[in-house]
Design a protein around this ligand. Structure first.
Ligand code: SAH
Ligand code: MG
Length: 223
């Protein structure tokens, strides 16, 4: 099923960084993963990717959990490359939650897009629901990206999809942390690459559990 043209336009208008071609690929991944369980994204920002994934969740009769502390990544802070002055709250701090909520409400996706406001690794440490798709597009520091991989991929169903954004094999094009996570997933032997579109990579989880010796989030997980 292709994305409703109204939602397609809403996503293109939303504040965000995801090119439409990648968003449409994300939507297709959501349709596939959504057969196996709910979808979860790390990095809500202003709701652009949540429209693509939320639409897929609705079509599959499931939901999208969208996790973000809504205080912005390092590169989105005042004075940094991706700072957007429209997103400063009354207290002078970055706050993308009001914009996110307006975007999702206007798209009619409130029934299926569930905002979780908090630090991704902390939320993951308390999680308990098997997922059909995990989309990693949160903090791009090495520590944040690796923590997202460690915290969320154990919850993916076998056959579920791991999508990673901002994967740049060429360091001159962008930061390397998402690329390192992508490689880590492949090297683990538990994922195979399905698709590469722009900086988006889509992988399928082919095996559960953790390889011997790989400690995940400080604990050994076998799911
Ligand atoms: N997926 C969005 C863009 C996300 S931008 C889109 O395509 O529209 C990255 C987001 O990650 C920012 O909103 C930032 O607040 C969030 N983020 C960064 N580090 C985080 C962390 N440790 N926990 C939760 N969210 C985080
Ligand atoms: Mg991104």
């Amino acid at each position: 099923m292709s994305l409703d043209p109204v939602l397609r336009r809403a996503a293109a208008r939303a504040i965000g960084f995801m090119p439409e071609e990648e968003g449409l690929a994300l939507h297709r991944a959501g349709l596939r993963g959504g057969r196996l369980g709910p979808l979860l994204e790390v990095g809500s920002y202003c709701g652009r990717s949540a429209i693509y994934l939320g639409a897929a969740a609705r079509e599959r009769g499931t939901v999208l959990f969208s996790v973000d502390h809504h205080r912005g990544s390092e590169e989105q802070q005042p004075g940094q490359e991706y700072f957007d002055p429209r997103l400063v709250g009354e207290d002078g701090r970055l706050d993308t939650l009001p914009t996110f909520r307006r975007t999702i409400a206007a798209a009619g996706l409130e029934p299926v897009v569930i905002a979780i406001v908090g630090d991704s690794a902390t939320v993951a440490a308390h999680w308990g629901t098997r997922l059909g798709l995990v989309f990693i597009d949160g903090g791009h520091s090495e520590a944040a990206a690796q923590a997202d991989y460690e915290g969320w991929t154990p919850w993916l169903a076998v056959g579920g999809l791991l999508a990673i954004h901002d994967v740049f094999p060429d360091p001159s094009r962008g930061g390397q942390a998402p690329f390192h996570v992508f490689r880590r997933a492949l090297v683990s032997g538990r994922f195979r690459e399905l698709q590469a579109i722009g900086s988006l990579r889509v992988l399928e989880k082919t095996a559960g559990g953790a390889p011997v010796g790989e400690r995940v989030g400080g604990k050994q997980h076998y799911r």
